[in-house]
Unconditional design. Structure first.
Lengths: 323, 323, 323, 323
């Protein structure tokens, strides 16, 4: 394969982010674009090239790898279609909506001979890579995590559960995946939720207990504010607090005084600071070298499972135990 | 009564904080001091005046109001003694150790015709007074709270459960009381704990659900770090995050952008910034005017009850429901 | 004129920033591109469209307005050429290098019947627009300003005075223009400089006195660090400090306590946060409506004059007075 | 000498700060107190002990060392008197007001066989001790310094030049001394000043050039705001910015990224964080061991000289050169 021919289904915000990155990649080319609003695909093509296709079928004929960057609820069907056509698939988060769909897509993806990667870009963000590196050399005792939004107004569909599948599918799911990446598999969870400004549960208080014995609090609010940092992980180790603030900074306070070190990615362009460049490179690596992608369909499935189990815990008032 | 004659039992760090404040108060005088290490009482007397007494009885004879500023485990017995002698009592936190003692002291205090106030100074700290004022004009949805220490080494007894009654009795109990002050009575709690560096549970993940429907996460670590702020309350309202950072600052981010206002008490002397001056004034007000003190024996009892119920929740793995 | 046909000479970093912005503008199109390294122009064309031209002449034939986004030393000659061809000109900062060239280009620009705008984008950055708005309603007494770089290594030409014309021409000149924008015309300056790591003056301490009586300190270092904020303006008014931190935040502390309000542009995309989108719109407005551009050739000239006068003050050890 | 008998002339705010520190010192005792308002001396005595004296003479009879903690303008006369009586003298800053007085007191102090120390406490503050340590291992290129107040209202005499001798004598003089401590002797200065809210010059822009070639900007405003940090030193080294924020924090950003280390003295009690405890220990050391005090009369004189030369530079519009 000379250059991986990338086909993009869904040329909205995130589709264009990936399009711009692949347009600069020497190992790939943006070959085909499809959107149910053809004008959007044409606009993207004007800026990064690629054939504007009239159907998914036409797109499949013109590419080796498919990016599924459509609204959440369509992921299962479109990604399954792409697998069936023998394509490598990069499926944006969330992997799918609901346990039934997630199980269906997991089965499809695991039956595929090609690469199937899920778009949990935060795993590649330098701040979280650094956190994992620090935690591999020290023992985390517990953590205190929050993942807020300031509103569900912009864009408007963020407040529409028919599109999102529920608030937790929106950005909170990124940190559910992140917890597994940093702290391992989850054993139990308890959760409380309430509904205030939107026609769905919009405030969450959760505790996750991990198989390692590690435990953490997790707060998520849909309409708190965009006050920096609206995404924060504080990890407590022995005489040490390590804190991430969005994907901008990592603060490491070691020892028994109040001193600390700050690593800042302020000078790093956003596409790299948020891990998009690196996840796209990782996808190409997997496609070209045949290795396992760093975020698998199983990872995608498990993040969906966590979302669904939190909702279940709130509905039933019961503790959830994982096998 | 011309000047309230203050007797102080226990002239360690916190006894001296109050001694210095009362020494400047025109409505009171430091009249009598008692410590089981007489040299310590003499040192305090040298700086703020007052008779160094050879026994509690001698102290009671020389004062109208007693400050119980001894180690945690002795509060019940000493405060009961002072009530029995007909004295007004200011009892430092924690009110007592264990539910049995707490119930005993509550009964004693409620039978007293005199004032009985508990030393939850944070209720008087300007930052928390301001938070309560803001929350009285807006509706809190949920909160994310942490209360850490950097170590249990300084002073050495902070790591000795025979002195503290357990880590949660040390400083965490202040924020248990604070939650009731800000958010009302608690309906349920779930908790996870683990033990790492000290011979007791030293890391906690808790969710409190309140009778109002409000819920919050609460993390507490004994040996995280002293990184500012080690004490933080983040309250999420409608398009609003209000955050306190120790007793130094309150940040209020209203609306759907990332702007915020910061109130700072950096220029306020610590004794006032931490509410000690105000709680001592409130105690004198109650003594002189016969009104109810702002932090009652029942408040003291309930903070102890929360500590014990968190430990019980961890021990049993069960959700705790309050009547 | 249906759409303004934009021609871009120099398709390096900043040329591409403008190219991407014009590619999204409905009132303009990227029509022609020229670079002495043709491959660079081709790359830009691939992403935003436009004819790749083999010469400046070919470019002039295919556009109405020219962006001069080449290295500093070529601005005078290229911009003069574009004016001579009757084109609207947007000339990146610095306007030119050296007083002789600056005077020459000023004469050319002022003789043009078309628009001539200089690329001092910071005037359009929301943080500086807000500062100007606040200062129009209050009286500034003095200011304390710094404009640092962390190194002159990336890109390599930043350390080459043959390209930059001297360190002050690099980014410091932006804040020289900003001072005039915020505080008016300058009456006097005194300056000290020293040379440490690069073969040119690389550390500067300056005082500017303005015709209004206002005065400010100004520090600029070429190799301090990228510690946030490396660009900071602190303005002191009556019981008020207003502080900008790069183009990210504005802090406004009014009154005699330590409270303050923070406006943050963290959620704004960089192209807008840095004012590029707005300056390109302003250029189009001037071209289409025939009005004066908001940053004129005279503004460009005066920023160059300030650079040269600071160097002169250091060389001579004398105070510089402007007419 | 068993215990150094301390006599305090002037028992206002700063007199009491030192009184409390000496009251805890095993090598000293607060032996005598004198204030022209006897009630104030009595109040201090009630809290730290010591004989309340009816005259300076009575005080001199009862002490070995005298603290001159009276208003600025009286320092020369009182400190001279104490030297004449053969006492060790600790003279609060400013050393004196005006060059004539400063020269007079310098001659007196240098003729004394006893210790004469000046109260530039900031030299002992951990943040500035640390800065000096870092700068001894790296080469400073230039600096950017500010020293503001939020108002001259509290206490009221801060706005009365008859008491202060002029705004620069208030707190700015501390950082004039600090510059000499950190960067060495000054060779030249240029300065601009203006008058806005108070009946004296209240806004200053200064450049100091040092004998080493080092140079720095220095801004000082009397009524900016108390926004943290109102006292800040930023030192620029090779690929490094070291910044102090009041006496709370030191930030050290080394290398060409935006990372930095923060040392915090937030957990240190104010009397030590501000260097008072350490300067009082140093004074006792000098008294008991006969060594030179760390802040000499000459240091005191030179800080006064800098104040006067800045005022002269503003008056004359001329550069000031030191021998």
């Amino acid at each position: 394969m000379s250059k991986v021919r990338i086909g993009i289904i869904g040329t909205g915000y995130i589709g264009n982010v990936h399009a711009r990155i692949y347009a600069r990649e020497s190992r790939a080319e943006v070959a085909a674009l499809y959107d149910i609003v053809p004008e959007k695909a044409r606009k993207t093509a004007a800026s990064v090239g690629g054939k504007v296709c009239g159907s998914r079928e036409e797109l499949f004929e013109n590419c080796d790898a498919v990016l599924v960057t459509t609204p959440n609820k369509t992921h299962t069907e479109i990604a399954s279609h792409a697998v069936a056509e023998g394509k490598h698939v990069f499926c944006e988060k969330p992997f799918s909506i609901g346990l039934t769909d997630a199980q269906k897509l997991l089965a499809v993806a695991e039956s595929s001979a090609k690469v199937f990667q899920v778009g949990h870009n935060r795993r590649f963000a330098p701040v979280y890579v650094k956190l994992k590196e620090l935690l591999s050399a020290d023992k985390a005792h517990s953590a205190h995590i929050k993942m807020n939004r300031g509103e569900l107004l912009n864009p408007v569909w963020t407040g529409d559960t028919n599109v999102t599948g529920g608030f937790l599918y929106e950005t909170t799911i990124h940190l559910f995946d992140m917890m597994r990446f940093q702290f391992g598999e989850i054993a139990e969870l308890v959760a409380y939720g309430s509904q205030h400004e939107y026609p769905e549960l919009d405030e969450f208080s959760i505790i996750f207990k991990f198989k390692s014995g590690f435990h953490c609090t997790f707060a998520s609010s849909s309409d708190a504010s965009w006050h920096f940092p609206f995404e924060r992980i504080e990890v407590f180790c022995h005489h040490r607090t390590i804190m991430t603030e969005e994907m901008e900074r990592l603060l490491d306070s070691k020892g028994i005084d109040a001193n600390f070190e700050t690593l800042s990615w302020q000078m790093t362009e956003k596409e790299e600071r948020w891990g998009y460049v690196q996840e796209d490179k990782a996808f190409l690596d997997a496609v070209l070298n045949g290795n396992q992608p760093p975020v698998t369909a199983l990872d995608g499935f498990k993040s969906v499972e966590l979302v669904e189990k939190v909702y279940q815990a709130i509905r039933t008032g019961e503790k959830i135990c994982f096998d």
